[in-house]
Write a protein that binds this ligand. Structure first.
Ligand code: ZN
Length: 221
């Protein structure tokens, strides 16, 4: 009879340790282990082994969780790095593209424009019809210098950018420029030299060292 009791008690011991058996079973086990050294010993062994297994299992789980966390965090760091590098790369591409579209200048050639100089009083106006332009550029060369006047030969040309070409690809643009807006000190006294700069000839050139096309000449000079 005792043998059978012990078997039942041993079956119940894991539940007893986990505290999930009924109050009645608990009481039964308590009474039994008071009088049965064998079951008490088994209970203690079971308890010890469970305490030994539990922390061990936990630490295994913990180290697995730690490894997963480390992998996740390193993947996150890699992703952040990748996103940052992509952002920098895209920004550089956009800046270069913007610089090219807005700043890359091509000379508008004489053959593609209709340009003439009209004199309205002392002012010289450039009447231009041609591709949408970005800038008017010029170089000046002194031909003759007197006490109060510097006579100049002026080269000017217009430039276009991909932006002006894209926005107005086919439209011929009519503009009037006043020479004084683009060439320093034309017909007015220069603050440093105290001399008047007088253009005596104006050329349209295909760029800084391109072919020159005479637009206007001072016939009295
Ligand atoms: Zn027993």
């Amino acid at each position: 009879m005792k043998k059978v009791d012990c078997e039942i008690i041993q079956d119940l011991l894991p539940l007893y340790i986990d505290n999930i058996c009924s109050e009645k079973s608990k009481e039964l086990i308590n009474i039994h282990i008071c009088s049965c050294d064998e079951c008490l010993r088994d209970l203690n062994i079971m308890r010890e082994s469970m305490f030994l297994i539990d922390p061990h299992t936990n630490s295994d789980n913990n180290s697995e969780i730690d490894i997963l966390k480390k992998i996740k965090s390193s993947l996150l760091k890699k992703n952040i790095k990748l996103v940052a590098i992509s952002c920098i790369f895209i920004t550089i591409v956009f800046v270069l593209l913007g610089l090219y579209i807005f700043k890359h200048e091509d000379v508008i050639l004489y053959k593609d424009v209709s340009i003439k100089i009209d004199e309205f009083g002392p002012e010289k106006n450039i009447i231009y019809t041609g591709p949408a332009n970005n800038l008017v550029k010029s170089t000046e060369k002194t031909i003759k210098e007197t006490d109060d006047t510097i006579y100049q030969s002026i080269n000017l040309w217009l430039t276009k950018t991909p932006y002006t070409t894209f926005t107005k690809p086919t439209l011929k643009n009519y503009s009037v420029f006043t020479l004084n807006d683009y060439v320093d000190s034309v017909d007015v006294e220069h603050p440093d030299t105290k001399k008047v700069y007088k253009p005596v000839e104006i050329y349209y050139t295909d760029g800084i060292s391109g072919e020159r096309h005479l637009l206007w000449k001072d016939k009295t000079f």
